[in-house]
Design a protein around this ligand. Structure first.
Ligand SMILES: Cc1cc2nc3c(=O)[nH]c(=O)nc-3n(C[C@H](O)[C@H](O)[C@H](O)COP(=O)(O)OP(=O)(O)OC[C@H]3O[C@@H](n4cnc5c(N)ncnc54)[C@H](O)[C@@H]3O)c2cc1C
Length: 441
């Protein structure tokens, strides 16, 4: 038997889901937020974890902690696998239970996106993407490990592929990662190794598009590309990758030897459309009505990256601001419906602009007619990112870390963390001579 108090189930504690939950703070409703991780993640700074500037705990906050003072809200750690629209429930699994029905009166799906290898899922093994904290720590391990391996390697011929870092995709994530690896090499690592020169590392940024940061204006793309060139990043545009394997990548028929390839290209929406059997756009995102509900289901809302809505003839972009504004809107609409008030006007996105960082103290910023690149844009970028971190403690800690890194070049978290424990490494036959020589030296 169901409660008389309406129950709002929110799936996903990312930018959209969290904003929706907060908007329902004072609503006479029982809010249940379900996420498969226990933390809200500030994805725009993931690249800083992957390049050792910040520690994982500086960009993630426990969802339970963020919503702890919201008495009408319960947080559940679990993975949603489906929606039963007739029974009005979602199916949730956790470590010891499968397919537990959680009933709803209103449902908000805010499940984001996942990596897309454009039909080449076999690339995933060799070119991890950057979406979660585990991804970021995995990439950090690979980058730091590459320098350690090169330092221990006697054969200079092998340094080349160990110290070649390839980023596939020159959108904001690829550009930010490439710039950050360059700064890591030139500012932090350059004096710490004895047998290799970290500054000899090659950083290669690939994209099939004709310019980097395609969502920005051409002048800002050019500014970002010039900056990357100054940082020593090789930018190769106009060709997609043909192959990614254990030896590196093949692009435009050329083999680039590399032990560290990172996928910073495509994303695909979560399976929300399949759960709902709903209309989608070409990318598989759920097409929503102007009030963000699903056609024929006024009690189900889809928001953020996993939804598709056109505004002024163009689809809204998959960015944090869209997700947050949609979350607030859906929460407010449900609150008004529960209390018998008239619905708000259809959703309209207010675009505050786009920013991307390119190395130390340099960013590009596009907001309305304003196009800015350089240090001022970087200050604006830093201010905005600090403001949107989920908790004050994170704002303080990230600010202090940034100032420290800016002044000293030292990084917040340069640990290689092996989550499989301290298993002994089995040397392969060809590794043995190098290890023996090293021991004798
Ligand atoms: C590396 C990177 C850098 C970015 N940089 C920027 C930037 O600089 N500026 C910007 O505006 N945007 C940036 N974005 C995009 C921005 O992060 C997204 O647009 C935003 O996170 C979308 O919010 P969302 O709520 O739709 O999804 P998310 O924030 O991704 O949240 C989805 C949530 O749903 C949970 N979830 C997913 N599936 C399930 C399930 N089946 N069951 C339970 N829980 C589930 C996830 O654990 C997650 O917590 C970046 C994204 C990435 C990956």
């Amino acid at each position: 038997m169901r409660d008389t108090i309406p129950r709002v189930v929110i799936v996903g504690g990312g930018f959209g889901g969290l904003a929706a939950a907060k908007a329902l703070k004072s609503a006479p409703a029982k809010v249940v937020l379900i996420d498969r991780t226990n933390h809200h993640l500030f994805q725009p700074l993931l690249y800083q974890v992957a390049t050792s500037e910040l520690a994982p705990g500086q960009i993630g906050s426990p969802i339970r902690g963020i919503l702890g003072r919201q008495p009408n809200t319960t947080v559940i750690l679990g993975e949603v696998n489906g929606v039963d629209k007739d029974e009005k429930c979602v199916w949730v699994s956790d470590v010891d239970r499968r397919g537990v029905p959680v009933p709803y009166d209103f449902l908000i799906l805010a499940t984001g996106v996942t990596h897309s290898y454009f039909g080449h899922d076999e690339f995933a093994k060799f070119a991890p993407g950057l979406k979660s904290l585990a991804d970021a720590v995995g990439i950090r391990n690979r980058i730091l490990q590459a320098f350690e391996q090169a330092e221990a390697e006697e054969d200079p011929a092998r340094h080349r592929d160990l110290l070649t870092f390839v980023l596939v995709g020159a959108g904001p994530t690829g550009v930010e990662m490439a710039g950050a690896i360059a700064v890591l090499v030139h500012n932090t690592l350059k004096s710490e190794f004895r047998r290799i020169n970290p500054e000899s590392a090659r950083i290669i940024l690939l994209d099939m598009a004709p310019r980097v940061l395609g969502a920005f204006s051409e002048d800002l793309s050019r500014a970002a590309q010039d900056r990357l060139r100054k940082l020593g990043v090789e930018v190769r545009l106009g060709h997609g990758v043909d192959q990614i394997d254990a030896d590196g990548v093949i692009v435009a028929g050329e083999r680039i030897l590399s032990k560290t390839v990172v996928w910073t290209a495509g994303v695909a929406p979560s399976p929300a459309a399949k759960w709902l059997n709903a209309e989608t756009d070409r990318a598989g995102r759920v097409r929503v009505q102007p009030d963000l509900s699903v056609r024929g289901h006024p009690d189900i809302f889809v928001i953020g990256d996993t939804s598709s809505l056109d505004q002024d003839g163009k689809p809204l972009p998959g960015v944090a601001q869209v997700a947050m504004q949609q979350g607030r809107y859906a929460g407010k609409l449900i609150g008004r419906r529960i209390t018998g008030q008239s619905p708000p006007e259809p959703f309209r996105y207010f675009d505050k602009g786009n920013m991307a960082v390119v190395g130390k103290g340099f960013a590009v910023l596009q907001s309305g007619g304003v196009h800015l690149s350089g240090f001022l844009a970087w200050l604006a970028w830093a201010g905005v990112h600090l403001q949107f971190l989920a908790q004050s403690s994170l704002r303080v800690s990230v600010f202090v870390q940034w100032v420290w890194t800016y002044l000293t070049g030292q990084r917040g978290s340069r640990l290689i963390v092996n989550h499989h424990g301290d298993e002994p490494v089995e040397p392969s036959i060809e590794q043995v001579p190098a290890i023996l020589t090293l021991t004798k030296a």
